[in-house]
Design a binder for this molecule. Structure first.
Ligand SMILES: *[C@@H]1O[C@H](CO)[C@@H](O)[C@H](O)[C@H]1NC(C)=O
Ligand SMILES: *[C@@H]1O[C@H](CO)[C@@H](O)[C@H](O)[C@H]1NC(C)=O
Ligand SMILES: *[C@@H]1O[C@H](CO)[C@@H](O)[C@H](O)[C@H]1NC(C)=O
Ligand SMILES: *[C@@H]1O[C@H](CO)[C@@H](O)[C@H](O)[C@H]1NC(C)=O
Ligand SMILES: *[C@@H]1O[C@H](CO)[C@@H](O)[C@H](O)[C@H]1NC(C)=O
Length: 525
Protein backbone atom coordinates (compact mmCIF):
# COMPACT_ATOMS: atom_id res chain seq x y z
CA UNK A 1 0.00 0.00 0.00
CA UNK A 2 2.63 2.46 1.07
CA UNK A 3 4.56 1.56 -2.04
CA UNK A 4 1.77 2.59 -4.36
CA UNK A 5 0.87 5.80 -2.54
CA UNK A 6 4.39 7.10 -2.40
CA UNK A 7 4.97 7.69 -6.12
CA UNK A 8 1.56 9.32 -6.43
CA UNK A 9 2.32 11.73 -3.63
CA UNK A 10 5.68 12.53 -5.14
CA UNK A 11 4.05 13.07 -8.52
CA UNK A 12 1.38 15.34 -7.11
CA UNK A 13 3.83 17.39 -5.08
CA UNK A 14 6.72 17.74 -7.43
CA UNK A 15 5.96 16.75 -10.98
CA UNK A 16 2.86 18.82 -11.42
CA UNK A 17 3.59 22.46 -11.53
CA UNK A 18 0.66 23.76 -9.55
CA UNK A 19 1.45 27.38 -10.34
CA UNK A 20 0.99 26.66 -14.02
CA UNK A 21 -2.12 24.59 -13.52
CA UNK A 22 -3.99 27.28 -11.61
CA UNK A 23 -4.40 29.73 -14.52
CA UNK A 24 -5.35 26.86 -16.82
CA UNK A 25 -8.04 25.84 -14.39
CA UNK A 26 -9.25 29.40 -14.21
CA UNK A 27 -9.45 29.66 -17.99
CA UNK A 28 -11.47 26.47 -18.22
CA UNK A 29 -13.86 27.72 -15.54
CA UNK A 30 -14.36 31.07 -17.24
CA UNK A 31 -14.87 29.45 -20.63
CA UNK A 32 -17.63 27.27 -19.25
CA UNK A 33 -19.12 30.22 -17.47
CA UNK A 34 -19.17 32.30 -20.67
CA UNK A 35 -20.73 29.47 -22.63
CA UNK A 36 -23.50 29.39 -20.11
CA UNK A 37 -24.09 33.12 -20.40
CA UNK A 38 -24.71 32.70 -24.10
CA UNK A 39 -27.52 30.41 -23.27
CA UNK A 40 -29.26 32.81 -20.91
CA UNK A 41 -32.93 33.26 -21.74
CA UNK A 42 -32.70 37.08 -21.75
CA UNK A 43 -30.47 39.71 -23.26
CA UNK A 44 -27.95 41.82 -21.46
CA UNK A 45 -28.93 45.44 -21.17
CA UNK A 46 -28.01 47.84 -23.90
CA UNK A 47 -25.26 50.14 -22.66
CA UNK A 48 -26.49 53.48 -21.43
CA UNK A 49 -24.12 55.52 -23.49
CA UNK A 50 -25.81 54.81 -26.77
CA UNK A 51 -29.02 56.38 -25.62
CA UNK A 52 -30.32 58.94 -28.00
CA UNK A 53 -30.53 62.41 -26.64
CA UNK A 54 -34.03 63.54 -27.33
CA UNK A 55 -33.33 67.14 -26.56
CA UNK A 56 -31.85 67.37 -29.99
CA UNK A 57 -34.59 65.58 -31.77
CA UNK A 58 -35.91 68.42 -33.81
CA UNK A 59 -39.55 68.09 -34.73
CA UNK A 60 -38.95 69.09 -38.32
CA UNK A 61 -36.37 66.44 -38.70
CA UNK A 62 -38.64 63.99 -36.99
CA UNK A 63 -41.29 64.40 -39.63
CA UNK A 64 -38.70 64.08 -42.37
CA UNK A 65 -37.31 60.93 -40.94
CA UNK A 66 -40.63 59.45 -39.93
CA UNK A 67 -40.71 57.06 -42.84
CA UNK A 68 -37.21 56.01 -41.93
CA UNK A 69 -37.32 55.60 -38.21
CA UNK A 70 -40.94 55.21 -37.22
CA UNK A 71 -43.34 57.71 -35.73
CA UNK A 72 -42.50 57.43 -32.04
CA UNK A 73 -40.08 59.99 -30.79
CA UNK A 74 -37.26 58.11 -29.14
CA UNK A 75 -36.87 59.08 -25.54
CA UNK A 76 -33.88 59.22 -23.28
CA UNK A 77 -34.66 56.63 -20.69
CA UNK A 78 -33.28 55.61 -17.37
CA UNK A 79 -32.26 52.00 -17.35
CA UNK A 80 -34.05 50.07 -14.65
CA UNK A 81 -32.45 47.04 -13.07
CA UNK A 82 -32.62 43.90 -15.16
CA UNK A 83 -35.58 41.77 -14.34
CA UNK A 84 -34.42 38.25 -13.83
CA UNK A 85 -36.50 35.29 -14.79
CA UNK A 86 -35.94 32.68 -12.17
CA UNK A 87 -39.03 30.61 -12.41
CA UNK A 88 -37.03 27.70 -13.73
CA UNK A 89 -34.57 28.08 -10.88
CA UNK A 90 -31.75 27.83 -13.41
CA UNK A 91 -30.50 31.30 -12.92
CA UNK A 92 -29.02 30.94 -9.48
CA UNK A 93 -25.67 30.04 -10.92
CA UNK A 94 -25.41 32.19 -14.03
CA UNK A 95 -26.02 35.39 -12.07
CA UNK A 96 -22.39 35.60 -11.09
CA UNK A 97 -21.44 35.12 -14.70
CA UNK A 98 -23.61 38.00 -15.82
CA UNK A 99 -21.80 40.27 -13.45
CA UNK A 100 -18.48 39.13 -14.72
CA UNK A 101 -19.42 39.89 -18.29
CA UNK A 102 -20.72 43.26 -17.25
CA UNK A 103 -17.43 44.04 -15.58
CA UNK A 104 -15.51 43.26 -18.75
CA UNK A 105 -17.71 45.63 -20.70
CA UNK A 106 -17.14 48.32 -18.14
CA UNK A 107 -13.42 48.01 -18.28
CA UNK A 108 -13.29 48.10 -22.04
CA UNK A 109 -15.66 50.94 -22.70
CA UNK A 110 -16.31 52.44 -19.26
CA UNK A 111 -19.99 52.20 -19.71
CA UNK A 112 -22.29 52.20 -16.74
CA UNK A 113 -24.30 49.06 -16.95
CA UNK A 114 -26.66 48.55 -14.08
CA UNK A 115 -25.93 45.27 -12.42
CA UNK A 116 -28.76 42.93 -11.72
CA UNK A 117 -29.94 43.11 -8.14
CA UNK A 118 -29.98 39.52 -7.10
CA UNK A 119 -32.11 40.03 -4.01
CA UNK A 120 -34.71 41.91 -6.00
CA UNK A 121 -38.12 40.35 -6.18
CA UNK A 122 -38.96 39.31 -9.70
CA UNK A 123 -41.72 41.55 -10.93
CA UNK A 124 -44.44 40.33 -13.23
CA UNK A 125 -42.27 38.18 -15.45
CA UNK A 126 -40.24 39.78 -18.24
CA UNK A 127 -41.55 43.32 -18.30
CA UNK A 128 -39.74 46.12 -20.04
CA UNK A 129 -40.99 49.59 -19.34
CA UNK A 130 -42.63 51.46 -22.18
CA UNK A 131 -39.65 53.74 -22.62
CA UNK A 132 -37.26 50.81 -22.74
CA UNK A 133 -39.36 49.26 -25.45
CA UNK A 134 -39.34 52.53 -27.33
CA UNK A 135 -35.59 52.71 -27.03
CA UNK A 136 -35.19 49.17 -28.30
CA UNK A 137 -37.40 49.97 -31.23
CA UNK A 138 -35.35 53.08 -31.91
CA UNK A 139 -32.14 51.02 -32.02
CA UNK A 140 -33.80 48.51 -34.30
CA UNK A 141 -35.00 51.24 -36.61
CA UNK A 142 -31.54 52.76 -36.78
CA UNK A 143 -30.17 49.34 -37.74
CA UNK A 144 -32.70 49.13 -40.56
CA UNK A 145 -31.38 52.28 -42.23
CA UNK A 146 -29.07 51.78 -45.19
CA UNK A 147 -25.52 53.05 -44.56
CA UNK A 148 -26.26 56.19 -46.53
CA UNK A 149 -29.57 56.86 -44.77
CA UNK A 150 -27.86 56.40 -41.43
CA UNK A 151 -25.22 58.97 -42.35
CA UNK A 152 -27.88 61.44 -43.44
CA UNK A 153 -29.69 60.85 -40.16
CA UNK A 154 -26.49 61.42 -38.15
CA UNK A 155 -25.63 64.52 -40.11
CA UNK A 156 -29.07 66.01 -39.49
CA UNK A 157 -28.90 65.13 -35.83
CA UNK A 158 -25.57 66.89 -35.42
CA UNK A 159 -26.66 69.91 -37.42
CA UNK A 160 -29.69 70.25 -35.21
CA UNK A 161 -27.80 70.31 -31.90
CA UNK A 162 -29.09 73.60 -30.63
CA UNK A 163 -29.29 73.62 -26.88
CA UNK A 164 -26.02 73.72 -25.05
CA UNK A 165 -26.87 71.23 -22.33
CA UNK A 166 -24.93 71.38 -19.12
CA UNK A 167 -25.19 67.75 -18.12
CA UNK A 168 -22.41 66.39 -20.28
CA UNK A 169 -20.78 63.08 -19.78
CA UNK A 170 -18.57 63.55 -16.70
CA UNK A 171 -15.62 62.36 -18.77
CA UNK A 172 -15.89 65.37 -21.03
CA UNK A 173 -14.44 68.70 -19.93
CA UNK A 174 -16.08 71.35 -22.03
CA UNK A 175 -13.30 74.03 -22.08
CA UNK A 176 -11.16 71.61 -24.13
CA UNK A 177 -13.63 71.49 -26.97
CA UNK A 178 -14.65 73.91 -29.64
CA UNK A 179 -18.22 72.84 -28.95
CA UNK A 180 -18.68 70.02 -26.50
CA UNK A 181 -22.39 69.58 -27.25
CA UNK A 182 -21.69 68.91 -30.89
CA UNK A 183 -18.79 66.61 -30.06
CA UNK A 184 -20.81 64.59 -27.58
CA UNK A 185 -23.72 64.17 -29.96
CA UNK A 186 -21.48 63.20 -32.83
CA UNK A 187 -19.63 60.71 -30.62
CA UNK A 188 -22.87 59.12 -29.43
CA UNK A 189 -24.02 58.73 -33.00
CA UNK A 190 -20.72 57.16 -33.94
CA UNK A 191 -21.19 54.56 -31.22
CA UNK A 192 -24.72 53.96 -32.36
CA UNK A 193 -24.17 53.78 -36.10
CA UNK A 194 -20.63 53.46 -37.38
CA UNK A 195 -19.51 50.25 -39.05
CA UNK A 196 -16.13 49.84 -40.71
CA UNK A 197 -15.22 47.20 -43.25
CA UNK A 198 -11.59 46.09 -43.11
CA UNK A 199 -10.25 44.67 -46.36
CA UNK A 200 -8.87 41.21 -45.64
CA UNK A 201 -6.50 41.60 -48.60
CA UNK A 202 -2.79 42.23 -48.10
CA UNK A 203 -0.12 40.15 -46.44
CA UNK A 204 2.06 40.60 -43.43
CA UNK A 205 4.33 42.29 -42.57
CA UNK A 206 2.94 45.37 -44.36
CA UNK A 207 -0.74 44.60 -43.74
CA UNK A 208 -2.62 43.46 -40.66
CA UNK A 209 0.51 43.65 -38.58
CA UNK A 210 0.34 46.29 -35.88
CA UNK A 211 3.74 47.49 -34.73
CA UNK A 212 3.33 48.97 -31.27
CA UNK A 213 6.71 50.43 -30.35
CA UNK A 214 8.53 53.67 -31.08
CA UNK A 215 7.52 57.09 -32.34
CA UNK A 216 5.35 55.87 -35.23
CA UNK A 217 3.40 53.46 -33.07
CA UNK A 218 0.07 55.28 -33.24
CA UNK A 219 -0.64 53.72 -36.66
CA UNK A 220 -0.01 50.30 -35.09
CA UNK A 221 -2.14 50.88 -32.00
CA UNK A 222 -4.98 52.13 -34.13
CA UNK A 223 -4.74 49.05 -36.38
CA UNK A 224 -4.63 46.70 -33.40
CA UNK A 225 -7.78 48.14 -31.84
CA UNK A 226 -9.62 48.62 -35.13
CA UNK A 227 -9.11 45.01 -36.17
CA UNK A 228 -10.15 43.77 -32.72
CA UNK A 229 -13.22 45.97 -32.43
CA UNK A 230 -16.46 44.05 -32.19
CA UNK A 231 -18.42 47.24 -31.90
CA UNK A 232 -17.24 49.06 -35.02
CA UNK A 233 -16.20 46.35 -37.47
CA UNK A 234 -18.60 44.71 -39.88
CA UNK A 235 -17.82 41.66 -41.94
CA UNK A 236 -20.47 42.71 -44.43
CA UNK A 237 -19.13 45.48 -46.68
CA UNK A 238 -22.68 46.37 -47.76
CA UNK A 239 -23.30 47.55 -44.20
CA UNK A 240 -20.15 49.67 -43.96
CA UNK A 241 -19.94 53.45 -43.72
CA UNK A 242 -16.17 53.40 -44.02
CA UNK A 243 -13.54 51.10 -45.54
CA UNK A 244 -10.14 50.71 -43.86
CA UNK A 245 -6.93 50.12 -45.82
CA UNK A 246 -5.12 48.10 -43.17
CA UNK A 247 -1.45 48.81 -43.89
CA UNK A 248 1.39 50.26 -41.87
CA UNK A 249 3.42 53.05 -43.48
CA UNK A 250 6.36 52.18 -41.27
CA UNK A 251 6.28 48.48 -42.22
CA UNK A 252 5.97 49.52 -45.86
CA UNK A 253 9.18 51.50 -45.48
CA UNK A 254 10.94 48.63 -43.73
CA UNK A 255 9.85 46.05 -46.26
CA UNK A 256 10.34 47.93 -49.54
CA UNK A 257 12.63 50.92 -49.15
CA UNK A 258 16.18 50.30 -50.29
CA UNK A 259 18.37 52.01 -47.67
CA UNK A 260 20.15 55.10 -48.95
CA UNK A 261 18.40 54.87 -52.30
CA UNK A 262 16.59 58.17 -51.62
CA UNK A 263 13.80 56.76 -53.72
CA UNK A 264 10.36 56.19 -52.27
CA UNK A 265 8.68 55.61 -55.62
CA UNK A 266 8.65 51.81 -55.20
CA UNK A 267 6.57 52.33 -52.04
CA UNK A 268 4.08 54.51 -53.90
CA UNK A 269 3.85 52.00 -56.73
CA UNK A 270 3.18 49.25 -54.23
CA UNK A 271 0.27 51.16 -52.69
CA UNK A 272 -1.07 52.10 -56.12
CA UNK A 273 -1.16 48.46 -57.15
CA UNK A 274 -2.79 47.44 -53.90
CA UNK A 275 -5.58 49.99 -54.32
CA UNK A 276 -6.09 49.12 -57.99
CA UNK A 277 -6.41 45.49 -57.03
CA UNK A 278 -9.10 46.31 -54.47
CA UNK A 279 -10.87 48.52 -57.01
CA UNK A 280 -11.10 45.72 -59.56
CA UNK A 281 -11.91 42.96 -57.08
CA UNK A 282 -14.65 44.82 -55.17
CA UNK A 283 -17.26 47.39 -56.27
CA UNK A 284 -16.67 49.69 -53.28
CA UNK A 285 -13.74 51.80 -54.37
CA UNK A 286 -15.24 52.86 -57.68
CA UNK A 287 -18.58 53.65 -56.06
CA UNK A 288 -17.17 56.73 -54.31
CA UNK A 289 -13.76 56.90 -56.02
CA UNK A 290 -12.22 56.04 -52.67
CA UNK A 291 -13.75 58.82 -50.60
CA UNK A 292 -15.36 56.50 -48.06
CA UNK A 293 -12.04 54.72 -47.63
CA UNK A 294 -9.46 55.69 -45.03
CA UNK A 295 -5.88 55.00 -44.02
CA UNK A 296 -3.93 55.66 -40.84
CA UNK A 297 -0.23 56.36 -41.36
CA UNK A 298 2.16 57.88 -38.87
CA UNK A 299 5.48 57.43 -40.64
CA UNK A 300 6.86 60.70 -42.11
CA UNK A 301 6.47 59.31 -45.61
CA UNK A 302 2.78 58.54 -45.13
CA UNK A 303 1.58 61.33 -47.46
CA UNK A 304 4.33 60.95 -50.07
CA UNK A 305 3.75 57.24 -50.62
CA UNK A 306 0.22 57.95 -51.90
CA UNK A 307 1.30 60.06 -54.85
CA UNK A 308 1.15 57.42 -57.58
CA UNK A 309 -2.61 57.07 -57.14
CA UNK A 310 -4.60 60.21 -57.69
CA UNK A 311 -7.84 59.08 -56.06
CA UNK A 312 -5.94 57.72 -53.08
CA UNK A 313 -4.17 61.07 -52.66
CA UNK A 314 -7.20 63.27 -53.22
CA UNK A 315 -10.29 61.40 -52.07
CA UNK A 316 -9.34 58.95 -49.36
CA UNK A 317 -9.60 60.15 -45.77
CA UNK A 318 -6.04 60.19 -44.49
CA UNK A 319 -5.13 60.12 -40.81
CA UNK A 320 -1.52 61.30 -40.90
CA UNK A 321 1.05 62.33 -38.31
CA UNK A 322 2.66 64.40 -41.03
CA UNK A 323 -0.27 66.82 -41.09
CA UNK A 324 1.39 69.54 -43.14
CA UNK A 325 -0.98 71.75 -45.11
CA UNK A 326 1.79 73.35 -47.20
CA UNK A 327 2.35 70.27 -49.36
CA UNK A 328 -1.11 70.02 -50.90
CA UNK A 329 -1.61 66.41 -49.76
CA UNK A 330 -3.02 66.81 -46.26
CA UNK A 331 -6.24 68.80 -46.45
CA UNK A 332 -7.36 70.43 -43.19
CA UNK A 333 -10.98 69.63 -42.42
CA UNK A 334 -10.99 66.55 -44.63
CA UNK A 335 -7.94 64.68 -43.39
CA UNK A 336 -7.20 63.85 -39.78
CA UNK A 337 -4.14 64.93 -37.82
CA UNK A 338 -2.90 61.78 -36.12
CA UNK A 339 -1.06 62.21 -32.80
CA UNK A 340 2.52 61.00 -32.67
CA UNK A 341 3.28 59.02 -29.52
CA UNK A 342 6.47 57.41 -28.27
CA UNK A 343 5.77 53.98 -26.85
CA UNK A 344 8.79 52.43 -25.16
CA UNK A 345 7.05 49.45 -23.66
CA UNK A 346 3.91 48.23 -25.45
CA UNK A 347 2.88 46.30 -22.36
CA UNK A 348 2.72 49.48 -20.37
CA UNK A 349 1.72 52.26 -22.77
CA UNK A 350 0.71 54.54 -19.90
CA UNK A 351 3.90 54.31 -17.88
CA UNK A 352 5.31 57.45 -16.27
CA UNK A 353 2.34 59.69 -16.82
CA UNK A 354 2.07 62.72 -14.54
CA UNK A 355 4.39 65.50 -13.44
CA UNK A 356 5.30 67.89 -10.66
CA UNK A 357 2.90 70.33 -9.09
CA UNK A 358 2.77 73.75 -10.71
CA UNK A 359 4.72 75.30 -7.83
CA UNK A 360 7.51 72.77 -8.37
CA UNK A 361 8.18 73.61 -11.99
CA UNK A 362 11.16 75.98 -11.91
CA UNK A 363 12.05 75.66 -15.60
CA UNK A 364 10.22 78.17 -17.79
CA UNK A 365 10.84 76.35 -21.07
CA UNK A 366 12.44 73.06 -22.03
CA UNK A 367 13.57 71.48 -25.28
CA UNK A 368 16.16 68.84 -26.11
CA UNK A 369 16.53 66.99 -29.37
CA UNK A 370 18.35 66.53 -32.65
CA UNK A 371 18.91 69.37 -35.04
CA UNK A 372 16.40 68.10 -37.61
CA UNK A 373 14.60 70.52 -39.92
CA UNK A 374 14.54 74.30 -40.27
CA UNK A 375 13.23 75.39 -36.86
CA UNK A 376 15.45 73.70 -34.30
CA UNK A 377 18.80 75.24 -35.36
CA UNK A 378 17.24 78.71 -35.05
CA UNK A 379 15.79 77.82 -31.64
CA UNK A 380 19.15 76.65 -30.34
CA UNK A 381 21.08 79.52 -31.85
CA UNK A 382 18.97 82.01 -29.93
CA UNK A 383 18.11 80.22 -26.72
CA UNK A 384 20.70 77.55 -25.87
CA UNK A 385 22.57 78.47 -22.65
CA UNK A 386 21.10 81.97 -22.51
CA UNK A 387 18.95 81.92 -19.37
CA UNK A 388 19.11 79.69 -16.37
CA UNK A 389 15.35 79.05 -16.36
CA UNK A 390 15.35 77.96 -20.01
CA UNK A 391 16.85 74.61 -20.95
CA UNK A 392 17.19 74.50 -24.71
CA UNK A 393 19.69 71.92 -25.87
CA UNK A 394 20.75 69.23 -28.31
CA UNK A 395 20.06 65.57 -27.59
CA UNK A 396 20.08 64.37 -24.01
CA UNK A 397 18.94 61.03 -22.62
CA UNK A 398 15.25 60.20 -22.86
CA UNK A 399 15.11 59.74 -19.10
CA UNK A 400 16.63 63.16 -18.34
CA UNK A 401 14.36 64.70 -20.90
CA UNK A 402 11.35 63.18 -19.14
CA UNK A 403 12.49 64.54 -15.78
CA UNK A 404 12.87 68.02 -17.23
CA UNK A 405 9.46 67.91 -18.89
CA UNK A 406 7.92 67.02 -15.55
CA UNK A 407 9.55 70.08 -13.95
CA UNK A 408 8.92 72.64 -16.70
CA UNK A 409 6.09 75.10 -17.16
CA UNK A 410 6.28 75.03 -20.95
CA UNK A 411 7.60 72.30 -23.23
CA UNK A 412 8.78 73.52 -26.60
CA UNK A 413 7.66 71.29 -29.49
CA UNK A 414 9.44 72.56 -32.61
CA UNK A 415 8.98 70.65 -35.86
CA UNK A 416 11.75 68.31 -37.00
CA UNK A 417 12.05 67.12 -40.59
CA UNK A 418 8.28 67.09 -40.53
CA UNK A 419 5.72 69.18 -38.68
CA UNK A 420 4.64 66.77 -35.96
CA UNK A 421 6.59 65.72 -32.89
CA UNK A 422 5.94 63.10 -30.21
CA UNK A 423 6.82 65.87 -27.73
CA UNK A 424 3.33 67.29 -27.99
CA UNK A 425 1.69 64.21 -26.51
CA UNK A 426 4.61 63.75 -24.07
CA UNK A 427 4.08 67.30 -22.82
CA UNK A 428 0.42 66.45 -22.22
CA UNK A 429 1.40 63.25 -20.39
CA UNK A 430 3.86 65.19 -18.17
CA UNK A 431 1.39 68.02 -17.52
CA UNK A 432 3.59 70.59 -19.22
CA UNK A 433 1.93 73.18 -21.49
CA UNK A 434 3.03 72.47 -25.09
CA UNK A 435 4.45 75.30 -27.18
CA UNK A 436 4.10 74.31 -30.83
CA UNK A 437 6.45 75.87 -33.37
CA UNK A 438 5.56 74.49 -36.79
CA UNK A 439 3.85 76.72 -39.34
CA UNK A 440 1.38 74.80 -41.53
CA UNK A 441 0.87 72.12 -38.89
CA UNK A 442 -2.70 71.10 -38.02
CA UNK A 443 -2.64 69.88 -34.40
CA UNK A 444 -4.35 66.56 -33.56
CA UNK A 445 -8.17 66.46 -33.45
CA UNK A 446 -8.24 70.13 -34.36
CA UNK A 447 -11.77 69.70 -35.71
CA UNK A 448 -13.10 69.19 -32.18
CA UNK A 449 -10.43 70.37 -29.72
CA UNK A 450 -9.69 74.03 -28.96
CA UNK A 451 -5.91 74.06 -28.91
CA UNK A 452 -5.71 77.62 -27.57
CA UNK A 453 -7.24 76.35 -24.34
CA UNK A 454 -4.20 74.21 -23.48
CA UNK A 455 -1.27 75.12 -25.70
CA UNK A 456 0.69 78.04 -27.08
CA UNK A 457 1.24 78.25 -30.82
CA UNK A 458 4.27 80.34 -31.76
CA UNK A 459 4.95 81.33 -35.37
CA UNK A 460 8.34 80.28 -36.69
CA UNK A 461 9.14 83.95 -37.26
CA UNK A 462 8.60 84.71 -33.58
CA UNK A 463 11.28 82.38 -32.18
CA UNK A 464 13.35 85.41 -31.18
CA UNK A 465 10.47 86.57 -29.00
CA UNK A 466 9.93 83.19 -27.35
CA UNK A 467 10.88 84.25 -23.82
CA UNK A 468 8.91 87.46 -24.07
CA UNK A 469 5.84 85.58 -25.31
CA UNK A 470 5.94 82.98 -22.54
CA UNK A 471 6.66 85.48 -19.78
CA UNK A 472 3.86 87.65 -21.10
CA UNK A 473 1.27 84.98 -20.36
CA UNK A 474 -0.50 85.92 -17.09
CA UNK A 475 -0.12 83.36 -14.31
CA UNK A 476 -3.88 82.90 -14.13
CA UNK A 477 -4.03 81.96 -17.78
CA UNK A 478 -1.07 79.62 -17.36
CA UNK A 479 -2.81 77.86 -14.47
CA UNK A 480 -5.95 77.42 -16.54
CA UNK A 481 -3.98 76.00 -19.45
CA UNK A 482 -2.06 73.62 -17.22
CA UNK A 483 -5.26 72.41 -15.61
CA UNK A 484 -6.72 71.88 -19.08
CA UNK A 485 -3.65 69.86 -20.09
CA UNK A 486 -4.39 67.47 -17.23
CA UNK A 487 -8.02 67.22 -18.26
CA UNK A 488 -6.91 66.53 -21.82
CA UNK A 489 -4.74 63.51 -20.96
CA UNK A 490 -7.45 60.85 -21.24
CA UNK A 491 -8.03 61.74 -24.88
CA UNK A 492 -4.41 60.89 -25.66
CA UNK A 493 -4.15 57.56 -23.86
CA UNK A 494 -3.43 54.26 -25.50
CA UNK A 495 -5.20 52.08 -23.00
CA UNK A 496 -4.40 48.39 -23.15
CA UNK A 497 -7.88 47.94 -24.46
CA UNK A 498 -9.93 50.90 -25.67
CA UNK A 499 -11.85 53.09 -23.25
CA UNK A 500 -14.52 55.60 -24.17
CA UNK A 501 -13.10 58.95 -25.41
CA UNK A 502 -9.51 57.67 -25.50
CA UNK A 503 -7.07 58.05 -28.37
CA UNK A 504 -8.44 55.16 -30.40
CA UNK A 505 -11.94 56.55 -30.21
CA UNK A 506 -10.79 60.14 -30.85
CA UNK A 507 -9.04 59.07 -34.06
CA UNK A 508 -12.02 57.03 -35.19
CA UNK A 509 -14.34 59.90 -34.32
CA UNK A 510 -12.37 62.38 -36.43
CA UNK A 511 -12.52 59.95 -39.37
CA UNK A 512 -16.27 59.53 -38.81
CA UNK A 513 -16.70 63.31 -38.75
CA UNK A 514 -14.80 63.63 -42.01
CA UNK A 515 -17.08 61.05 -43.59
CA UNK A 516 -20.14 62.91 -42.32
CA UNK A 517 -18.84 66.13 -43.84
CA UNK A 518 -19.11 64.51 -47.26
CA UNK A 519 -22.85 64.10 -46.84
CA UNK A 520 -25.01 66.66 -48.56
CA UNK A 521 -28.38 66.77 -46.92
CA UNK A 522 -31.01 66.44 -49.60
CA UNK A 523 -33.03 69.65 -49.45
CA UNK A 524 -36.66 68.99 -48.79
CA UNK A 525 -39.05 70.74 -51.12
C1 LIG B 1 -36.57 33.35 -7.35
O1 LIG B 1 -35.42 33.44 -6.55
C2 LIG B 1 -35.70 33.87 -5.22
C3 LIG B 1 -34.37 34.10 -4.52
O2 LIG B 1 -33.40 33.19 -4.96
C4 LIG B 1 -36.60 32.83 -4.52
O3 LIG B 1 -36.89 33.25 -3.21
C5 LIG B 1 -37.87 32.70 -5.31
O4 LIG B 1 -38.69 31.68 -4.76
C6 LIG B 1 -37.57 32.36 -6.76
N1 LIG B 1 -38.77 32.42 -7.53
C7 LIG B 1 -39.16 31.42 -8.29
C8 LIG B 1 -40.44 31.63 -9.02
O5 LIG B 1 -38.52 30.39 -8.41
C1 LIG C 1 -32.12 45.15 -4.25
O1 LIG C 1 -33.52 45.02 -4.24
C2 LIG C 1 -34.08 44.90 -2.92
C3 LIG C 1 -35.56 44.64 -3.08
O2 LIG C 1 -36.14 45.40 -4.08
C4 LIG C 1 -33.78 46.20 -2.17
O3 LIG C 1 -34.31 46.13 -0.85
C5 LIG C 1 -32.27 46.38 -2.10
O4 LIG C 1 -31.97 47.61 -1.46
C6 LIG C 1 -31.68 46.38 -3.51
N1 LIG C 1 -30.25 46.42 -3.42
C7 LIG C 1 -29.51 47.24 -4.13
C8 LIG C 1 -28.04 47.14 -3.95
O5 LIG C 1 -30.02 48.03 -4.90
C1 LIG D 1 -22.54 74.59 -29.80
O1 LIG D 1 -23.29 74.55 -30.98
C2 LIG D 1 -24.68 74.72 -30.80
C3 LIG D 1 -25.34 74.50 -32.13
O2 LIG D 1 -24.73 75.25 -33.14
C4 LIG D 1 -24.96 76.08 -30.20
O3 LIG D 1 -26.33 76.22 -29.96
C5 LIG D 1 -24.20 76.20 -28.90
O4 LIG D 1 -24.37 77.47 -28.36
C6 LIG D 1 -22.73 75.92 -29.12
N1 LIG D 1 -22.06 75.93 -27.86
C7 LIG D 1 -20.90 76.57 -27.66
C8 LIG D 1 -20.32 76.46 -26.29
O5 LIG D 1 -20.36 77.20 -28.53
C1 LIG E 1 -13.10 50.29 -61.23
O1 LIG E 1 -12.55 51.20 -62.15
C2 LIG E 1 -11.30 50.78 -62.71
C3 LIG E 1 -10.74 51.88 -63.58
O2 LIG E 1 -11.57 52.95 -63.72
C4 LIG E 1 -11.51 49.49 -63.47
O3 LIG E 1 -10.28 49.03 -63.98
C5 LIG E 1 -12.10 48.44 -62.53
O4 LIG E 1 -12.36 47.26 -63.24
C6 LIG E 1 -13.36 48.95 -61.91
N1 LIG E 1 -13.78 47.98 -60.92
C7 LIG E 1 -14.92 47.33 -61.01
C8 LIG E 1 -15.21 46.35 -59.90
O5 LIG E 1 -15.70 47.48 -61.91
C1 LIG F 1 -10.77 78.54 -27.21
O1 LIG F 1 -10.05 78.84 -26.04
C2 LIG F 1 -9.69 80.21 -25.94
C3 LIG F 1 -8.79 80.34 -24.74
O2 LIG F 1 -9.31 79.71 -23.61
C4 LIG F 1 -10.95 81.05 -25.84
O3 LIG F 1 -10.63 82.40 -25.75
C5 LIG F 1 -11.80 80.79 -27.08
O4 LIG F 1 -13.03 81.47 -26.97
C6 LIG F 1 -12.07 79.31 -27.26
N1 LIG F 1 -12.70 79.09 -28.53
C7 LIG F 1 -13.85 78.39 -28.64
C8 LIG F 1 -14.36 78.19 -30.00
O5 LIG F 1 -14.43 77.95 -27.65
Amino acid sequence: MKNTIHPIVVFLMFRINWKKLLPIGAIITITFALLQTKMLPYQLMTPNSSLPNTNHFDTNLKSQLTPLIGDKQPEAIKMGPVTLLNSSGQLVQPIEVVQEKVKVTQRRYQIDVIKPNISMKPSSSFSLSASERRHKRYLRDIKKLSPYEALVYAKKEIDSVSVSIDDHDPNLYSPLFKNVSIFERSYELMELILKVYIYPDGKRPIFHNPYLRGIYSSEGWFMKFMEASRQFVTKDPEKAHLFYLPYSARQLQRAIYVPNSHNIKPLSLFLRDYVNKLASKYPFWNRTRGSDHFLVACHDWGPYTLKEHEELTKNTIKALCNADTSEGIFIAGKDVSLPETTIENPRRPLRNIGGKKTSQRPILAFFAGRMHGRVRPVLLKHWANKHKNMIISGTISYKTSQIHMKSSKYCICPMGFEVNSPRIVEAVYYECVPVIIADNFVPPFNEVLNWSAFSVIVAENDILKLKEILEGIPIKRYLTMQHNVKMLQRHFYWNRSPVKFDMFHMILHSIWLSRLNQIQIPTSS
